[in-house]
Design a protein around this ligand. Sequence first.
Ligand code: PLP
Length: 357
Amino acid sequence: MTIYNFSAGPACLPDPVLSVAGEAAKEYKSSGISILEMSHRSAPIVSLFEETSHNLRTLLSIPSNYKILWLQGGASSQFAMIPMNLLPEGRTADYMDTGAWSFKAKTECNKIGTANVIGSSKESTYSYIPKDIEQNIASKYLHITSNNTIYGTQYKKYPKVDNPDGFLVADMSSDILSKPINVSDFGLIYAGAQKNMGPAGVTLVIIRDDLVGKNYREIPTMLNYETHVKKDSMFNTPPVFSVFVVNETLKWLKDLGGLESMAGINERKAGNLYSEIDRNPLFKSPIAEEDRSLMNVPFIFSKDGLDDNNFLQFCDKRGLKTLKGHRSVGGFRASIYNAMPEEGVDALIAAMKEYKV
Ligand SMILES: *Cc1c(COP(=O)(O)O)cnc(C)c1O
């Protein structure tokens, strides 16, 4: 039986990527040693990092005035690093509160400076993305979470920043590389790898070069973007194996035809699943239609009194794994990132059609 893993993160990776990762763990490039044992200063690893950044730059069409960093500490460390590095003393930043992760991001900002929450859908369990927002013209940046992994909402159009010398910052942990984006609309983009790009342990930061090295305050060395820019993400021992797997995922995406092709597949997968949720009288989506995520699809029983575990077990027996909704939402959540094959989504739809209560 084919197993499909609908986990929200760490999430499924393409099969060919996993095979190559298994090989590299045994032996890297006919060197007789595992990639896990190799010095990050060795020529093959230095060129691996160059190649990975090059592949990312090509896939996302990242302009030359943006730096690419491969860091540790997860997206969660970026919640603090962003205000530490980018928010001058006495200035404010605007934050959209569209889910648990954006809420944590603004909470960290408040330890460094002042975060203004300019829009929140918390009162409706984050079931939509507030659109009528009023920005503070003096705010240094606007922070958004492009895709809300837990609640299943996603920006379809990014807000423009009102402050002429302000900039947009986006947490793209759960939808990076799912479609083409215009990188120059952002000052900084960040993403933990383990949703849509690779394994846990590496965090991507794409930063416009004029934002690096401002040093508005004393910043610990490891938390200063400038440190990592100057040393090409090799200031200290980087997560080599995670970067290797990211690079294999980038190559897989390129072979698939790049992000336009990937976006087409993602639209089809999500479109089919939402159609079934809307058609099937047993299920419904708690999310505003125009904000529905193409990556994380939460759904619930349309009637009270039905047992979630019964449907989860029904799916589990068919090899459809990790469909339980986040504990704060309940119900079900199908994470259908890039690496989830269309057959996996079709198998879930078939299970929904056949399930009887
Ligand atoms: C998972 C997730 C995070 C947290 O990532 P870590 O790498 O575990 O710190 C942050 N933001 C979003 C949108 C996420 O999906």
